[in-house]
Design a protein around this ligand. Structure first.
Ligand SMILES: [Zn+2]
Length: 493
């Protein structure tokens, strides 16, 4: 892993022009940030981390042997890069295994379909299922449907809208999260959805279904018929790792288009489906942690993270090998400075994110006594596209500080985004909920959902220049936050 030390002249030139007497960031700290940015643009350490993880470990589903290998890989990687206090914090989790799948149209035009089981899907009965498709244009149509689906297969077709900030995901994802429950409550044999994604390649997108919890039965997106069903029939919904008792799968977009065309002919569609997925008992996962101890305030922590696990069908390059490389590369650049920042930088590679943020909740639980010491937290988990804006959620002084931070990273093409955000990334949710201040370097996610959760999420998709811009931005922001004495936490929390 090579670091090319670069001339920082270009970025340093702008330094004195903007220095102000009442600035929250000293000129010295700002100059160090600019130097880190320049080195970030020219270093390939973070990129090599992603190459190594995706090549030498490959796919790493939460709770799998492969994910355990990823933890060992991470310990070795952090140690070789000179990080301190490198450790694994293990936790137990229920393990779901995908198994094989076979899907095809039986009638009117027999042909195979490309499909993938959704996380939490049950197996089909021995020999598979065969049934008539009931075609719903959208999740809302299934939600509102007051008939029965006995002996048939529900199909939900709506398309995800492509937006730069990924804003089409939550709406499109409702069918992935809850269609199984709506179908099951109405007696369906199985459920199929158009993949949640924006590509038109023959790669189905997997992803976890949601498990109903007692506190989301009323408040979550469950139709009255489902609430009724959960309360009367659905077994042990709160205690078990079960999601569906019927097979639930996603079709690739071109296969979904095919279904749509056949549906338009008015013919009855009969589909056959065999799924061998299921829950396979308890396994171990873990979070991998590494630190750069602070020189003056070692108990105060700037926490940066990414998730180490991936879905099983690809090598998880953009989701979230990129995040692993970005935060590791940025922290490593800071560790190479002649002196450490005032506060500790803690890098957390969360386990088992894809299967339900299990590492994030385990981290918050296992480190509860320390939550008050985390001065700022953020995760990189939205691919490897260029950073477009800096958002934050902090005290008034912390917000003004982040305004100045954005001024320093502006030459990287980064604007100031939301100044009252609660978002720090998926694995930061449990910490943010406890009042930990957050920032986020929001990336261009226009193409992210072409790859997300598909077999096509591989290393070749990462653009080295865009990746380097991420590392440069992270190094500067994390350095500035960790070297500051600013109280980011809101006082009323
Ligand atoms: Zn992710």
């Amino acid at each position: 892993m090579l670091i090319r030390v670069a001339s920082a002249a270009c970025l340093l030139l702008s330094a004195s022009a903007f220095a102000q007497d009442d600035a929250l960031i000293s000129e010295d700290a700002a100059n160090t940030a600019r130097e880190l940015m320049q080195r970030g643009l020219e270093s390939d350490t973070g990129y090599e981390v992603v190459r190594s993880l995706t090549t030498e470990v490959g796919p790493r589903l939460g709770g799998s042997e492969q994910e355990a290998r990823a933890r060992d890989w991470a310990v070795q990687m952090f140690t070789e890069l000179g990080f301190e206090n490198v450790r694994i914090e293990p936790f137990d989790m229920p393990y779901w295994d995908r198994g094989a799948i076979r899907a095809s149209i039986v009638s009117p035009f027999p042909q195979p379909l490309y499909a993938s089981a959704l996380g939490g899907s049950a197996a089909s009965p021995q020999g598979g299922i065969e049934g008539e498709f009931v075609f719903f244009d959208s999740f809302q149509d299934l939600y509102d449907f007051d008939g029965r689906l006995d002996g048939r297969i529900a199909y939900v077709n709506d398309r995800m809208v492509r937006l730069q900030n990924g804003g089409g995901y939550n709406t499109a994802n409702e069918k992935r999260r809850f269609a199984w429950l709506e179908a099951e409550a109405r007696g369906a044999l199985g459920v199929m959805i158009r993949s949640v994604g924006t590509d038109s390649r023959r790669f189905p997108h997997t992803g976890m279904m949601s498990r109903p919890q007692p506190n989301t039965i009323e408040t979550g997106r469950h139709s009255p018929i489902v609430v009724d069903y959960i309360e009367s029939e659905y077994p042990d919904y709160a205690e078990t790792g079960i999601s569906s008792s019927i097979p639930a799968v996603a079709l690739s977009a071109p296969d979904a288009d095919q279904i749509e065309r056949i549906h338009d002919t008015g013919e009855t569609i009969i589909v056959s489906l065999s799924v061998v997925a299921g829950w396979r008992g308890q396994r171990q996962s873990g979070n991998v942690i590494a630190e750069i101890p602070g020189r003056e305030l070692p108990d105060e922590i700037v926490l940066i993270g990414a998730h180490l696990d991936s879905w099983d069908e690809a090598t998880g390059a953009v989701d979230d090998g990129a995040g692993v490389g970005i935060v590791t590369g940025a922290a490593h650049l800071i560790s190479q400075l002649p002196r450490a920042p005032r506060r500790t930088i803690r890098v957390v590679l969360f386990g088992a994110e894809e299967v339900g943020l299990l590492g994030a909740f385990a981290y918050a639980r296992q480190n509860a006594a320390e939550t008050g010491n985390i001065v700022m937290a953020s995760e990189s988990d939205f691919g490897a596209g260029p950073v477009l804006s800096l958002t934050s959620g902090a005290s008034e002084e912390g917000t003004l500080f982040m305004d100045e931070v954005q001024g320093i990273i502006a030459p990287l093409g980064i604007l100031r985004g939301d100044r009252a955000s609660r978002g720090g990334g998926p694995d930061i949710i449990p910490l943010a909920a406890q009042g930990v201040p957050v920032f986020r370097l929001m990336q261009d996610g226009t193409d992210y959902f072409d790859l997300h959760h598909t077999p096509d999420d591989t290393f070749d998709k990462i653009d080295p220049d865009d990746f380097a811009q991420n590392v440069a931005a992270w190094a500067a922001v994390v350095w500035l936050a960790a070297d500051a004495e600013i109280e980011f936490r809101m006082q009323d929390e």
